[in-house]
Design a protein around this ligand. Structure first.
Ligand code: PPS
Length: 568
Protein backbone atom coordinates (compact mmCIF):
# COMPACT_ATOMS: atom_id res chain seq x y z
CA UNK A 1 0.00 0.00 0.00
CA UNK A 2 1.27 3.50 -0.72
CA UNK A 3 0.01 6.79 0.61
CA UNK A 4 -3.05 8.52 -0.73
CA UNK A 5 -1.87 11.31 1.49
CA UNK A 6 -1.41 13.84 -1.26
CA UNK A 7 -4.95 15.18 -1.10
CA UNK A 8 -6.44 16.84 1.97
CA UNK A 9 -9.21 15.16 3.95
CA UNK A 10 -12.45 17.24 4.21
CA UNK A 11 -12.72 19.39 7.35
CA UNK A 12 -15.98 20.65 8.83
CA UNK A 13 -14.94 24.21 9.65
CA UNK A 14 -16.94 27.14 8.30
CA UNK A 15 -15.15 29.01 5.52
CA UNK A 16 -12.67 31.46 7.01
CA UNK A 17 -14.59 34.60 5.95
CA UNK A 18 -17.86 33.35 7.45
CA UNK A 19 -16.63 32.21 10.85
CA UNK A 20 -16.98 35.62 12.54
CA UNK A 21 -20.53 36.12 11.29
CA UNK A 22 -21.48 32.57 12.36
CA UNK A 23 -20.00 33.17 15.78
CA UNK A 24 -22.14 36.29 16.23
CA UNK A 25 -25.27 34.41 15.18
CA UNK A 26 -24.41 31.44 17.38
CA UNK A 27 -24.30 33.68 20.47
CA UNK A 28 -28.12 33.90 20.31
CA UNK A 29 -28.65 30.15 20.03
CA UNK A 30 -29.47 27.70 22.79
CA UNK A 31 -26.13 26.22 23.87
CA UNK A 32 -24.85 22.91 25.00
CA UNK A 33 -21.70 22.91 27.16
CA UNK A 34 -19.65 20.01 25.84
CA UNK A 35 -18.22 17.43 28.22
CA UNK A 36 -14.46 16.71 28.02
CA UNK A 37 -15.15 13.57 25.96
CA UNK A 38 -17.44 15.43 23.58
CA UNK A 39 -14.78 18.10 23.05
CA UNK A 40 -12.31 15.40 21.99
CA UNK A 41 -14.88 13.92 19.60
CA UNK A 42 -15.75 17.34 18.22
CA UNK A 43 -12.11 18.16 17.50
CA UNK A 44 -11.64 14.99 15.44
CA UNK A 45 -14.96 15.48 13.66
CA UNK A 46 -14.00 19.02 12.71
CA UNK A 47 -10.45 18.37 11.58
CA UNK A 48 -11.30 15.31 9.48
CA UNK A 49 -9.89 12.73 11.89
CA UNK A 50 -13.32 11.05 11.90
CA UNK A 51 -13.88 11.39 8.15
CA UNK A 52 -16.38 10.43 6.60
CA UNK A 53 -18.54 11.55 9.56
CA UNK A 54 -20.10 14.98 9.10
CA UNK A 55 -21.44 15.39 12.61
CA UNK A 56 -22.79 13.48 15.60
CA UNK A 57 -24.65 10.34 14.53
CA UNK A 58 -28.39 10.45 13.91
CA UNK A 59 -30.53 7.48 14.89
CA UNK A 60 -30.33 5.62 11.59
CA UNK A 61 -26.53 5.81 11.41
CA UNK A 62 -26.24 5.10 15.13
CA UNK A 63 -28.33 1.91 14.87
CA UNK A 64 -26.39 0.79 11.84
CA UNK A 65 -22.99 1.48 13.45
CA UNK A 66 -23.99 -0.31 16.65
CA UNK A 67 -25.33 -3.35 14.78
CA UNK A 68 -23.15 -3.62 11.69
CA UNK A 69 -20.15 -1.35 12.23
CA UNK A 70 -21.26 0.66 9.22
CA UNK A 71 -22.92 3.99 8.56
CA UNK A 72 -26.30 3.65 6.88
CA UNK A 73 -24.64 4.47 3.53
CA UNK A 74 -22.42 1.40 3.94
CA UNK A 75 -19.17 3.13 5.02
CA UNK A 76 -17.21 1.14 7.56
CA UNK A 77 -17.37 2.94 10.94
CA UNK A 78 -17.11 0.94 14.17
CA UNK A 79 -17.67 3.51 16.93
CA UNK A 80 -20.88 5.41 17.69
CA UNK A 81 -19.89 9.09 17.92
CA UNK A 82 -22.89 10.53 19.69
CA UNK A 83 -23.79 13.76 21.44
CA UNK A 84 -25.37 12.67 24.71
CA UNK A 85 -27.39 15.27 26.64
CA UNK A 86 -29.71 15.28 29.65
CA UNK A 87 -33.44 14.65 29.25
CA UNK A 88 -34.34 18.13 30.47
CA UNK A 89 -32.10 19.82 27.92
CA UNK A 90 -33.41 17.59 25.11
CA UNK A 91 -36.98 18.56 25.98
CA UNK A 92 -36.21 22.19 25.15
CA UNK A 93 -35.20 21.28 21.58
CA UNK A 94 -36.96 20.56 18.30
CA UNK A 95 -35.51 18.90 15.23
CA UNK A 96 -34.50 21.41 12.58
CA UNK A 97 -33.15 23.77 15.25
CA UNK A 98 -29.52 24.97 15.36
CA UNK A 99 -27.69 24.94 18.67
CA UNK A 100 -24.30 26.26 19.75
CA UNK A 101 -21.68 23.86 21.13
CA UNK A 102 -19.43 25.46 23.73
CA UNK A 103 -16.30 24.33 25.53
CA UNK A 104 -16.10 24.28 29.30
CA UNK A 105 -15.18 27.96 29.48
CA UNK A 106 -18.18 28.90 27.34
CA UNK A 107 -16.29 29.49 24.06
CA UNK A 108 -18.46 28.64 21.03
CA UNK A 109 -16.64 25.94 19.05
CA UNK A 110 -19.32 24.83 16.59
CA UNK A 111 -22.99 24.75 15.77
CA UNK A 112 -25.12 21.63 15.40
CA UNK A 113 -28.11 21.36 13.09
CA UNK A 114 -30.27 19.13 15.22
CA UNK A 115 -31.64 16.55 12.79
CA UNK A 116 -32.45 13.85 15.31
CA UNK A 117 -33.33 13.61 19.01
CA UNK A 118 -33.46 10.01 20.20
CA UNK A 119 -33.21 7.80 23.26
CA UNK A 120 -30.68 5.01 22.79
CA UNK A 121 -30.93 1.49 24.15
CA UNK A 122 -27.76 1.73 26.21
CA UNK A 123 -27.67 -1.94 27.19
CA UNK A 124 -27.81 -2.93 23.55
CA UNK A 125 -25.08 -0.43 22.71
CA UNK A 126 -22.95 -1.89 25.50
CA UNK A 127 -23.53 -5.49 24.32
CA UNK A 128 -22.86 -4.87 20.66
CA UNK A 129 -20.12 -2.23 20.74
CA UNK A 130 -18.22 -3.22 23.87
CA UNK A 131 -19.10 -6.91 23.94
CA UNK A 132 -20.98 -6.96 27.26
CA UNK A 133 -23.27 -4.82 29.37
CA UNK A 134 -20.77 -4.98 32.20
CA UNK A 135 -19.86 -1.82 34.09
CA UNK A 136 -16.37 -3.09 34.79
CA UNK A 137 -15.75 -1.89 31.21
CA UNK A 138 -14.83 1.80 31.48
CA UNK A 139 -16.87 2.81 28.42
CA UNK A 140 -19.92 0.87 29.61
CA UNK A 141 -19.58 2.50 32.99
CA UNK A 142 -19.38 5.87 31.23
CA UNK A 143 -22.39 5.02 29.08
CA UNK A 144 -24.62 4.18 32.04
CA UNK A 145 -23.33 6.55 34.68
CA UNK A 146 -21.94 9.62 32.92
CA UNK A 147 -23.54 9.92 29.49
CA UNK A 148 -26.92 11.69 29.23
CA UNK A 149 -30.10 9.75 28.43
CA UNK A 150 -30.77 11.35 25.05
CA UNK A 151 -28.61 11.61 21.91
CA UNK A 152 -28.66 14.50 19.43
CA UNK A 153 -27.65 13.86 15.84
CA UNK A 154 -26.89 16.23 13.01
CA UNK A 155 -24.31 18.02 10.94
CA UNK A 156 -21.83 20.31 12.63
CA UNK A 157 -20.15 23.48 11.45
CA UNK A 158 -16.90 24.42 13.11
CA UNK A 159 -16.32 27.97 14.26
CA UNK A 160 -13.15 27.57 16.27
CA UNK A 161 -10.76 24.72 17.03
CA UNK A 162 -10.73 23.51 20.64
CA UNK A 163 -7.87 25.37 22.31
CA UNK A 164 -4.81 23.61 23.73
CA UNK A 165 -2.13 25.50 25.59
CA UNK A 166 0.12 22.49 26.13
CA UNK A 167 2.56 20.98 23.61
CA UNK A 168 1.13 23.12 20.80
CA UNK A 169 3.93 22.35 18.38
CA UNK A 170 3.16 18.64 18.67
CA UNK A 171 -0.58 18.82 17.94
CA UNK A 172 -1.47 18.28 14.30
CA UNK A 173 -4.71 17.62 12.50
CA UNK A 174 -4.92 15.09 9.64
CA UNK A 175 -4.18 17.68 6.98
CA UNK A 176 -1.20 19.05 8.86
CA UNK A 177 0.16 15.51 9.09
CA UNK A 178 -0.49 14.92 5.40
CA UNK A 179 1.28 18.06 4.34
CA UNK A 180 4.20 17.24 6.65
CA UNK A 181 4.55 13.80 5.04
CA UNK A 182 4.24 15.37 1.60
CA UNK A 183 6.90 17.92 2.38
CA UNK A 184 9.32 15.26 3.58
CA UNK A 185 8.47 12.92 0.71
CA UNK A 186 7.26 10.19 3.06
CA UNK A 187 5.06 7.81 1.05
CA UNK A 188 4.82 4.89 3.46
CA UNK A 189 4.12 5.72 7.08
CA UNK A 190 3.50 3.31 9.92
CA UNK A 191 1.64 4.73 12.93
CA UNK A 192 2.09 3.56 16.50
CA UNK A 193 -0.82 4.22 18.83
CA UNK A 194 -0.09 4.36 22.53
CA UNK A 195 -1.48 5.48 25.89
CA UNK A 196 1.57 4.41 27.89
CA UNK A 197 5.15 5.62 28.22
CA UNK A 198 7.56 4.05 25.73
CA UNK A 199 10.32 1.83 27.06
CA UNK A 200 13.15 0.05 25.24
CA UNK A 201 10.89 -2.82 24.07
CA UNK A 202 8.50 -0.37 22.41
CA UNK A 203 11.33 1.51 20.78
CA UNK A 204 12.67 -1.75 19.40
CA UNK A 205 9.33 -3.03 18.13
CA UNK A 206 8.31 0.25 16.49
CA UNK A 207 11.68 0.49 14.80
CA UNK A 208 11.36 -3.10 13.57
CA UNK A 209 7.80 -2.44 12.37
CA UNK A 210 9.02 0.54 10.35
CA UNK A 211 11.82 -1.55 8.83
CA UNK A 212 9.43 -4.41 8.04
CA UNK A 213 6.96 -2.08 6.32
CA UNK A 214 9.82 -0.13 4.71
CA UNK A 215 8.11 2.92 6.08
CA UNK A 216 8.73 6.00 8.16
CA UNK A 217 7.39 5.96 11.68
CA UNK A 218 4.77 8.16 13.32
CA UNK A 219 4.58 7.86 17.11
CA UNK A 220 0.97 8.87 17.60
CA UNK A 221 0.09 8.86 21.31
CA UNK A 222 -3.38 9.59 22.60
CA UNK A 223 -3.51 12.66 24.81
CA UNK A 224 -7.30 13.13 24.96
CA UNK A 225 -8.84 10.61 27.32
CA UNK A 226 -7.38 7.19 28.00
CA UNK A 227 -8.12 4.49 30.55
CA UNK A 228 -8.89 5.84 34.04
CA UNK A 229 -5.74 5.51 36.14
CA UNK A 230 -3.30 5.90 33.22
CA UNK A 231 -0.22 8.10 33.54
CA UNK A 232 -1.13 11.71 32.71
CA UNK A 233 -0.27 12.89 29.23
CA UNK A 234 2.06 15.67 30.42
CA UNK A 235 4.40 13.11 31.91
CA UNK A 236 4.01 10.78 28.96
CA UNK A 237 4.81 13.44 26.38
CA UNK A 238 7.99 14.35 28.27
CA UNK A 239 8.86 10.63 28.21
CA UNK A 240 8.14 10.35 24.46
CA UNK A 241 10.31 13.37 23.73
CA UNK A 242 13.17 11.59 25.50
CA UNK A 243 12.71 8.41 23.41
CA UNK A 244 12.55 10.22 20.07
CA UNK A 245 16.32 10.74 20.16
CA UNK A 246 16.75 6.98 20.10
CA UNK A 247 15.52 6.60 16.51
CA UNK A 248 17.78 7.18 13.53
CA UNK A 249 17.38 10.82 12.58
CA UNK A 250 14.78 11.74 9.94
CA UNK A 251 13.02 8.37 10.11
CA UNK A 252 10.55 9.11 12.86
CA UNK A 253 8.23 11.83 14.03
CA UNK A 254 5.73 12.27 16.82
CA UNK A 255 2.35 13.97 16.95
CA UNK A 256 -0.30 14.06 19.67
CA UNK A 257 -3.83 12.83 19.05
CA UNK A 258 -6.65 14.36 21.08
CA UNK A 259 -8.76 11.21 20.95
CA UNK A 260 -11.10 10.05 23.71
CA UNK A 261 -10.45 6.30 23.77
CA UNK A 262 -13.25 3.86 24.57
CA UNK A 263 -11.07 0.79 25.23
CA UNK A 264 -13.28 -1.22 22.86
CA UNK A 265 -10.59 -3.72 21.79
CA UNK A 266 -11.34 -5.04 18.26
CA UNK A 267 -13.74 -2.27 17.24
CA UNK A 268 -11.37 0.28 18.70
CA UNK A 269 -8.48 -1.10 16.62
CA UNK A 270 -10.47 -0.63 13.41
CA UNK A 271 -11.48 2.85 14.54
CA UNK A 272 -7.84 3.71 15.33
CA UNK A 273 -6.85 2.46 11.87
CA UNK A 274 -9.42 4.65 10.12
CA UNK A 275 -8.28 7.67 12.13
CA UNK A 276 -4.62 7.02 11.15
CA UNK A 277 -5.62 6.52 7.54
CA UNK A 278 -7.22 9.96 7.72
CA UNK A 279 -3.93 11.29 9.09
CA UNK A 280 -2.19 10.06 5.94
CA UNK A 281 -0.69 6.83 7.31
CA UNK A 282 -0.40 3.66 5.24
CA UNK A 283 0.34 1.16 8.00
CA UNK A 284 -0.77 0.73 11.59
CA UNK A 285 0.71 -1.32 14.39
CA UNK A 286 -1.85 -3.51 16.20
CA UNK A 287 -0.65 -5.32 19.27
CA UNK A 288 -1.77 -8.12 21.49
CA UNK A 289 -4.97 -7.04 23.28
CA UNK A 290 -5.06 -3.68 21.47
CA UNK A 291 -7.04 -1.08 23.50
CA UNK A 292 -8.04 -3.78 25.99
CA UNK A 293 -10.11 -2.58 28.96
CA UNK A 294 -8.78 -5.10 31.51
CA UNK A 295 -10.89 -7.69 33.30
CA UNK A 296 -14.68 -7.96 33.37
CA UNK A 297 -16.66 -8.29 36.58
CA UNK A 298 -16.11 -12.07 36.54
CA UNK A 299 -12.34 -11.50 36.45
CA UNK A 300 -11.96 -12.55 32.80
CA UNK A 301 -10.65 -10.62 29.80
CA UNK A 302 -13.30 -8.80 27.79
CA UNK A 303 -11.71 -9.78 24.48
CA UNK A 304 -9.41 -12.50 23.22
CA UNK A 305 -5.77 -11.39 22.88
CA UNK A 306 -5.82 -11.47 19.07
CA UNK A 307 -9.45 -10.42 18.41
CA UNK A 308 -8.33 -6.89 17.50
CA UNK A 309 -5.78 -8.16 14.99
CA UNK A 310 -8.36 -10.55 13.48
CA UNK A 311 -11.00 -7.88 13.03
CA UNK A 312 -8.48 -5.42 11.60
CA UNK A 313 -7.22 -8.04 9.13
CA UNK A 314 -10.78 -8.68 7.91
CA UNK A 315 -11.28 -5.01 7.08
CA UNK A 316 -7.85 -3.70 6.18
CA UNK A 317 -8.36 -3.91 2.41
CA UNK A 318 -11.49 -1.81 2.61
CA UNK A 319 -9.90 0.59 5.10
CA UNK A 320 -6.90 1.24 2.91
CA UNK A 321 -4.42 0.90 5.76
CA UNK A 322 -2.35 -2.18 6.40
CA UNK A 323 -1.79 -3.82 9.77
CA UNK A 324 1.68 -4.50 11.08
CA UNK A 325 1.23 -6.94 13.90
CA UNK A 326 2.96 -6.14 17.11
CA UNK A 327 5.63 -8.58 18.20
CA UNK A 328 5.92 -9.27 21.88
CA UNK A 329 9.53 -8.24 22.54
CA UNK A 330 11.61 -9.69 25.33
CA UNK A 331 15.10 -8.91 26.54
CA UNK A 332 17.57 -11.73 25.88
CA UNK A 333 20.11 -11.41 28.65
CA UNK A 334 22.97 -13.34 27.02
CA UNK A 335 22.83 -11.29 23.86
CA UNK A 336 21.95 -8.02 25.69
CA UNK A 337 19.24 -7.16 23.17
CA UNK A 338 15.51 -7.24 22.55
CA UNK A 339 14.11 -9.96 20.29
CA UNK A 340 10.59 -11.11 19.38
CA UNK A 341 9.53 -13.67 22.00
CA UNK A 342 8.52 -16.22 19.33
CA UNK A 343 11.98 -16.16 17.74
CA UNK A 344 13.94 -16.84 20.92
CA UNK A 345 15.16 -20.45 21.21
CA UNK A 346 14.27 -22.47 24.28
CA UNK A 347 16.50 -22.41 27.33
CA UNK A 348 17.72 -18.85 26.79
CA UNK A 349 17.22 -16.44 29.70
CA UNK A 350 14.72 -13.74 28.81
CA UNK A 351 13.80 -10.81 31.03
CA UNK A 352 10.59 -8.85 31.12
CA UNK A 353 8.94 -6.35 33.48
CA UNK A 354 5.15 -6.21 33.25
CA UNK A 355 3.15 -2.99 33.58
CA UNK A 356 1.98 -4.07 37.03
CA UNK A 357 5.54 -4.81 38.14
CA UNK A 358 6.72 -1.43 36.84
CA UNK A 359 3.97 0.34 38.80
CA UNK A 360 4.97 -1.61 41.91
CA UNK A 361 8.62 -0.64 41.53
CA UNK A 362 7.72 3.01 41.02
CA UNK A 363 5.30 2.93 43.97
CA UNK A 364 7.93 1.41 46.25
CA UNK A 365 10.85 3.45 44.90
CA UNK A 366 12.66 0.27 43.73
CA UNK A 367 15.26 -0.10 40.99
CA UNK A 368 14.17 0.00 37.34
CA UNK A 369 17.00 -1.50 35.30
CA UNK A 370 18.55 0.20 32.28
CA UNK A 371 17.85 -2.78 30.03
CA UNK A 372 14.14 -2.09 30.60
CA UNK A 373 13.87 1.65 30.04
CA UNK A 374 15.76 4.82 29.27
CA UNK A 375 17.15 6.77 32.25
CA UNK A 376 15.32 9.96 31.24
CA UNK A 377 12.01 8.11 30.98
CA UNK A 378 12.48 6.61 34.43
CA UNK A 379 13.41 10.05 35.79
CA UNK A 380 10.19 11.56 34.42
CA UNK A 381 8.09 8.70 35.77
CA UNK A 382 9.65 8.98 39.21
CA UNK A 383 8.89 12.70 39.25
CA UNK A 384 5.21 12.14 38.51
CA UNK A 385 4.86 8.93 40.50
CA UNK A 386 6.86 9.36 43.67
CA UNK A 387 6.87 6.34 46.00
CA UNK A 388 3.46 5.77 47.54
CA UNK A 389 4.62 6.91 50.94
CA UNK A 390 5.13 10.39 49.43
CA UNK A 391 1.95 10.52 47.34
CA UNK A 392 -1.35 12.03 48.35
CA UNK A 393 -4.27 9.70 49.08
CA UNK A 394 -7.89 9.66 50.21
CA UNK A 395 -9.46 7.62 52.97
CA UNK A 396 -13.17 7.45 52.30
CA UNK A 397 -15.33 6.27 55.22
CA UNK A 398 -18.90 5.22 54.40
CA UNK A 399 -21.66 3.89 56.63
CA UNK A 400 -24.95 4.73 58.32
CA UNK A 401 -25.48 7.88 60.34
CA UNK A 402 -24.19 7.18 63.84
CA UNK A 403 -22.07 4.22 62.68
CA UNK A 404 -18.94 5.84 64.09
CA UNK A 405 -17.46 7.23 60.85
CA UNK A 406 -16.72 10.69 62.20
CA UNK A 407 -15.26 9.45 65.47
CA UNK A 408 -12.93 6.97 63.76
CA UNK A 409 -12.05 9.51 61.05
CA UNK A 410 -11.07 12.04 63.73
CA UNK A 411 -8.89 9.50 65.49
CA UNK A 412 -7.21 8.54 62.20
CA UNK A 413 -6.64 12.19 61.40
CA UNK A 414 -4.81 12.93 64.62
CA UNK A 415 -2.72 9.77 64.36
CA UNK A 416 -1.63 10.83 60.85
CA UNK A 417 -0.91 14.36 62.04
CA UNK A 418 1.17 12.94 64.86
CA UNK A 419 3.26 11.09 62.25
CA UNK A 420 3.65 14.28 60.20
CA UNK A 421 4.99 14.59 56.65
CA UNK A 422 1.80 15.41 54.76
CA UNK A 423 -1.06 17.84 55.36
CA UNK A 424 -4.29 16.15 56.46
CA UNK A 425 -7.83 17.45 55.83
CA UNK A 426 -11.00 15.98 57.28
CA UNK A 427 -14.15 16.33 55.18
CA UNK A 428 -16.71 15.12 57.68
CA UNK A 429 -20.34 14.62 56.51
CA UNK A 430 -21.86 17.06 58.99
CA UNK A 431 -19.14 19.69 58.49
CA UNK A 432 -19.42 19.56 54.72
CA UNK A 433 -23.15 20.03 54.96
CA UNK A 434 -22.62 23.14 57.09
CA UNK A 435 -20.42 24.89 54.53
CA UNK A 436 -19.71 23.27 51.15
CA UNK A 437 -23.22 21.81 50.72
CA UNK A 438 -25.34 24.00 52.99
CA UNK A 439 -28.14 24.36 50.43
CA UNK A 440 -28.57 20.63 49.79
CA UNK A 441 -31.17 18.21 51.12
CA UNK A 442 -31.21 14.40 51.12
CA UNK A 443 -32.80 13.46 47.78
CA UNK A 444 -30.73 11.10 45.62
CA UNK A 445 -29.77 13.99 43.40
CA UNK A 446 -28.63 16.16 46.30
CA UNK A 447 -26.76 13.34 48.02
CA UNK A 448 -24.94 12.62 44.75
CA UNK A 449 -24.03 16.26 44.35
CA UNK A 450 -22.80 16.38 47.93
CA UNK A 451 -20.57 13.33 47.45
CA UNK A 452 -19.26 14.58 44.09
CA UNK A 453 -18.28 17.84 45.77
CA UNK A 454 -16.49 15.98 48.54
CA UNK A 455 -14.82 13.82 45.87
CA UNK A 456 -13.71 16.88 43.94
CA UNK A 457 -12.09 18.49 46.97
CA UNK A 458 -10.49 15.18 47.97
CA UNK A 459 -9.11 14.69 44.46
CA UNK A 460 -7.50 18.14 44.54
CA UNK A 461 -5.97 17.42 47.96
CA UNK A 462 -4.74 14.02 46.74
CA UNK A 463 -3.33 15.51 43.53
CA UNK A 464 -1.34 18.00 45.56
CA UNK A 465 0.20 15.39 47.82
CA UNK A 466 -2.07 15.74 50.86
CA UNK A 467 -4.25 13.29 52.76
CA UNK A 468 -8.02 13.72 52.49
CA UNK A 469 -10.20 11.91 54.99
CA UNK A 470 -13.86 11.87 54.02
CA UNK A 471 -16.66 10.70 56.28
CA UNK A 472 -20.07 11.06 54.63
CA UNK A 473 -22.81 8.41 54.54
CA UNK A 474 -22.36 8.15 50.72
CA UNK A 475 -25.15 5.60 50.30
CA UNK A 476 -24.88 5.00 46.53
CA UNK A 477 -22.30 2.59 45.10
CA UNK A 478 -22.21 4.28 41.68
CA UNK A 479 -21.40 7.66 43.21
CA UNK A 480 -18.68 6.16 45.39
CA UNK A 481 -17.23 4.52 42.30
CA UNK A 482 -17.27 7.80 40.40
CA UNK A 483 -15.40 9.49 43.24
CA UNK A 484 -12.91 6.63 43.30
CA UNK A 485 -12.25 7.16 39.61
CA UNK A 486 -11.78 10.91 40.09
CA UNK A 487 -9.20 10.26 42.77
CA UNK A 488 -7.31 7.21 41.53
CA UNK A 489 -5.76 9.25 38.74
CA UNK A 490 -3.82 11.13 41.44
CA UNK A 491 -3.31 8.71 44.29
CA UNK A 492 -4.83 5.87 46.27
CA UNK A 493 -8.49 5.73 47.22
CA UNK A 494 -9.04 3.70 50.38
CA UNK A 495 -12.69 2.89 50.95
CA UNK A 496 -13.48 2.02 54.57
CA UNK A 497 -16.91 0.60 55.29
CA UNK A 498 -17.88 1.31 58.87
CA UNK A 499 -20.17 -1.67 59.02
CA UNK A 500 -22.20 -0.91 62.16
CA UNK A 501 -25.65 -2.45 61.68
CA UNK A 502 -28.70 -0.22 61.35
CA UNK A 503 -30.12 -1.78 64.55
CA UNK A 504 -27.01 -0.80 66.50
CA UNK A 505 -26.98 2.74 65.03
CA UNK A 506 -30.63 3.12 65.97
CA UNK A 507 -29.99 1.77 69.45
CA UNK A 508 -27.16 4.28 69.94
CA UNK A 509 -29.14 7.13 68.28
CA UNK A 510 -26.52 9.66 69.38
CA UNK A 511 -28.20 12.59 67.66
CA UNK A 512 -31.81 11.51 68.27
CA UNK A 513 -32.36 11.43 64.50
CA UNK A 514 -33.49 7.78 64.25
CA UNK A 515 -36.37 8.48 66.64
CA UNK A 516 -37.45 11.41 64.46
CA UNK A 517 -37.06 9.29 61.34
CA UNK A 518 -39.27 6.53 62.83
CA UNK A 519 -41.88 9.13 63.69
CA UNK A 520 -41.74 10.30 60.06
CA UNK A 521 -40.49 13.72 61.14
CA UNK A 522 -37.31 13.27 59.03
CA UNK A 523 -37.96 11.92 55.57
CA UNK A 524 -35.58 9.95 53.34
CA UNK A 525 -33.49 8.79 56.30
CA UNK A 526 -30.75 6.37 55.29
CA UNK A 527 -31.42 2.83 56.49
CA UNK A 528 -34.94 3.68 57.66
CA UNK A 529 -36.71 5.19 54.67
CA UNK A 530 -33.87 5.54 52.18
CA UNK A 531 -31.47 2.98 50.64
CA UNK A 532 -27.84 2.19 51.45
CA UNK A 533 -25.74 0.12 49.01
CA UNK A 534 -23.38 -1.95 51.14
CA UNK A 535 -19.84 -1.67 49.64
CA UNK A 536 -18.96 -4.94 47.94
CA UNK A 537 -15.18 -4.68 47.91
CA UNK A 538 -14.01 -1.94 50.24
CA UNK A 539 -10.29 -1.83 51.03
CA UNK A 540 -11.30 -2.27 54.69
CA UNK A 541 -14.47 -3.17 56.57
CA UNK A 542 -14.64 -2.27 60.25
CA UNK A 543 -17.00 -3.85 62.77
CA UNK A 544 -17.48 -1.31 65.55
CA UNK A 545 -19.68 -3.26 67.90
CA UNK A 546 -17.65 -4.17 70.99
CA UNK A 547 -14.57 -2.41 69.55
CA UNK A 548 -12.74 0.62 70.94
CA UNK A 549 -12.39 3.68 68.69
CA UNK A 550 -8.64 3.50 69.10
CA UNK A 551 -8.61 -0.07 67.84
CA UNK A 552 -10.79 0.82 64.83
CA UNK A 553 -8.48 3.72 63.94
CA UNK A 554 -5.48 1.42 64.33
CA UNK A 555 -7.01 -0.98 61.77
CA UNK A 556 -7.10 1.89 59.29
CA UNK A 557 -3.50 2.87 60.04
CA UNK A 558 -2.37 -0.74 59.56
CA UNK A 559 -4.21 -0.89 56.27
CA UNK A 560 -2.50 2.31 55.08
CA UNK A 561 0.84 0.83 56.10
CA UNK A 562 0.18 -2.42 54.27
CA UNK A 563 -0.67 -0.43 51.13
CA UNK A 564 2.65 1.40 51.40
CA UNK A 565 0.93 4.76 51.90
CA UNK A 566 2.59 5.44 55.23
CA UNK A 567 5.82 4.12 56.63
CA UNK A 568 5.74 2.05 59.80
S1 PPS B 1 -24.95 11.83 52.25
O1 PPS B 1 -26.03 10.89 51.89
O2 PPS B 1 -23.66 11.18 52.20
O3 PPS B 1 -25.01 13.04 51.44
O4 PPS B 1 -25.23 12.21 53.76
P1 PPS B 1 -24.26 13.04 54.73
O5 PPS B 1 -23.98 14.35 54.10
O6 PPS B 1 -23.09 12.25 55.11
O7 PPS B 1 -25.19 13.24 55.98
C1 PPS B 1 -24.69 14.03 57.02
C2 PPS B 1 -25.56 13.99 58.27
O8 PPS B 1 -26.85 14.43 57.99
C3 PPS B 1 -27.74 13.92 59.02
N1 PPS B 1 -29.02 13.67 58.34
C4 PPS B 1 -29.35 12.61 57.58
N2 PPS B 1 -28.71 11.46 57.28
C5 PPS B 1 -29.32 10.59 56.47
N3 PPS B 1 -30.55 10.77 55.95
C6 PPS B 1 -31.26 11.89 56.24
N4 PPS B 1 -32.46 12.07 55.72
C7 PPS B 1 -30.65 12.86 57.07
N5 PPS B 1 -31.05 14.07 57.55
C8 PPS B 1 -30.05 14.55 58.30
C9 PPS B 1 -27.07 12.73 59.60
O9 PPS B 1 -26.89 13.04 60.95
C10 PPS B 1 -25.72 12.63 58.88
O10 PPS B 1 -24.72 12.57 59.86
P2 PPS B 1 -23.69 11.41 60.18
O11 PPS B 1 -22.41 12.17 60.27
O12 PPS B 1 -23.67 10.39 59.10
O13 PPS B 1 -24.14 10.88 61.48
Amino acid sequence: MTAENLLPVPELYAPFDMADQLKLEAADLISWDLTPRQICDLELLLNGGFYPLTGFLGEEDYTSVVQDMRLSDGHLWPMPITLDVGKDFAQTLKTGQKIALRDQEGVILATLDVADIYTPDKSKEAELVFGADDQAHPAVNYLHNTAGEVYLGGKITGIQQPVHYDFRARRDGPNEMRSYFRKLGWRRIVAFQTRNPLHRAHQELTFRAAKEAQANLLIHPVVGMTKPGDIDHFTRVRCYEAVLDQYPSSTTTMSLLNLAMRMAGPREAVWHGLIRKNHGCTHFIVGRDHAGPGKNSAGEDFYGPYDAQDLFRTHQEEMGIEMVDFKHMVYVQDRAQYEPADEVEEGVTVLNISGTELRRRLAEGLDIPEWFSFPQVVKELRKSRPPRAQQGFTVFFTGFSGSGKSTIANAVMVKLMEMGGRPVTLLDGDLVRKNLSSELGFSKEHRDLNIRRIGYVASEITKNGGIAICAPIAPYATTRRAVREDIEGFGAFVEVHVATSIEECERRDRKGLYKLAREGKIKEFTGISDPYDVPENPELRIETENAEVDNCAQQVILKLESMGLIKA
